[in-house]
Design a protein around this ligand. Structure first.
Ligand code: GUN
Ligand code: FE
Length: 437
């Protein structure tokens, strides 16, 4: 049985760091070791101690002076939108109608889906993201393509075919019944196969009839362990149209509430313009608000009030995400940099330890998979990113004046992107070296 011993500066979080001096919130080893076997981390400690536990034939890889962190987690992205990124000049509803829905019709073609799924997951890994909660297109084939590529890479990913039966072109519509049937077929085929997780995925209230949201709720009741993902309160025109389509609802959140779609495994993309009642309803049910800063800025949707949501009497569980292709960058470092600026525009700050907590353990907690990923703890899956804070001349120069780990992390977030990602391990396998992503 082959095992691998990684050496480097290891950083993993135990809980939310209140300040940059809250040292007990994380574990940092200046000369750390990680012993990987069968896709898991079997020992994590000071290198000298871990080395003693390694067997004779262990493969040693020295990543010093780089940082080893848990692989990044992207809690919301649309894999069929790789060729939608950089579509000019529209807010959400026009952007969907003009660019996104026509693009997603191409995923009727299974070969196209397979090609884009492959390129998407390569891009994710290349940027240090080892887990993504992905929306596929309406076509069952697109989800099959995504899961097949994900399974081939042995990645832990969460995905689902979108359910959408109205207010979109014919080529991206299903029906309430076919969405239920296709989702069920996909769940049976893919959920729990290797590291694959299925998410019930009604796109959003505008593109689902009441009958279809009923079906989505039925699936959630039948499969209570599954994730549910959708969009909520992203844009004012979207909110107004939703309330017109669902006149009985108290507010946008109530639309989903009525169909039983709130809960601890429910991921709501955006949540920018929530009322206090809506935020309370999300909090009471343990639902997750997913912050997508590059998308919210690009589409002019608004400023997610991260610190207010976190600090309110009934706090929200929060995840962060790229929202490709409303989002503009595959990198979670770029995403947190833009997130920092959105939070700053709300008069608040997110310190670098909080930011890297969010990218790793925080997103794993929000996705309820922290027992598997998001830390470098012993027993955790060996999904690891290797970061180089001197990856470019400008970073190298700035690092000359960075004295602390907090400064180094902030520099990585502010100047870093895929160039700072030296290596990525997925279930113990070196992806940049072995798969050349
Ligand atoms: N709301 C419904 N569908 C989408 C989508 O594809 N992207 C974004 N940003 N919002 C949506
Ligand atoms: Fe989205």
């Amino acid at each position: 049985m082959t095992s691998t011993l990684l050496r480097g500066r290891t950083l993993s979080f135990l809980r939310w760091p209140e300040t940059v001096d809250d040292h007990s919130a994380w574990r940092y080893e200046d000369d750390g070791g990680l012993l990987l076997r069968d896709g898991r981390i079997v020992a994590a400690d000071a290198y000298a101690d871990v080395e003693k536990k390694a067997d004779e034939g262990v493969k040693k890889i020295d990543h010093r002076p780089h940082l080893l962190l848990p692989g990044f987690i992207d809690a919301h992205a649309h894999f069929p939108q790789m060729q939608v990124i950089a579509s000019y000049g529209a807010e959400l509803l026009d952007w969907l109608n003009t660019y996104t829905f026509p693009e997603e019709t191409k995923f009727q073609n299974a070969q196209h889906g397979r090609r884009i799924a492959r390129l998407f997951l390569d891009e994710m890994v290349h940027h240090g993201t080892t887990t993504v909660a992905a929306y596929c297109s309406v076509h069952k084939e697109s989800a099959e393509a995504f899961f097949a590529e994900s399974h081939d890479r042995n990645m832990l990913n969460i995905a689902g075919k979108v359910m959408m039966d109205r207010n979109a072109p014919e080529g991206v519509l299903d029906t309430a019944q076919s969405a239920y049937d296709d989702s069920k077929t996909l769940i049976k085929e893919w959920h729990g196969k290797g590291r694959q997780h299925y998410a019930i995925t009604p796109r959003f209230a505008i593109t689902s009839s009441p009958e279809q949201l009923e079906m989505a709720g039925a699936l959630c009741r039948e499969y209570p362990d599954l994730h549910m993902q959708t969009h909520l309160s992203e844009n004012h025109a979207e909110i107004a149209f939703t309330l017109q389509l669902y006149p009985q609802a108290r507010d946008y959140t109530d639309v989903y509430e009525r169909y039983g779609l709130l809960g601890r495994k429910s991921l709501f993309g955006h949540c920018i313009h929530l009322s206090e009642r809506e935020a309370d309803a999300l909090s009471d049910t343990g639902s997750v608000a997913v912050f997508c800063p590059t998308s919210n800025l690009f589409l002019g949707s608004g400023l997610f009030d991260y610190q207010r949501y976190r600090r309110r009497e009934k706090p929200l569980r929060i995840a962060t995400a790229t929202d490709i292709g409303g989002g503009t960058n595959y990198s979670m470092l770029r995403t947190m940099d833009e997130g920092y600026k959105v939070i700053a525009l709300n008069g608040e700050k997110l310190n670098p330890f909080q930011s890297f907590w969010q990218l790793t353990r925080g997103n794993a907690e929000a996705l309820s998979i922290v027992e598997k990923i998001g830390t470098l703890d012993q027993g955790s899956d060996a999904d690891i990113v290797v970061l180089d804070a001197r990856a470019t001349p400008a970073m190298r120069l700035r690092m000359e004046t960075a004295d602390t780990l907090a400064e180094e992390l902030f520099l990585l977030q502010t100047l870093g992107d895929d160039r700072a990602v030296r290596e990525v391990y997925v279930a113990g396998r070196a992806m940049k070296t072995d798969m050349a992503v």
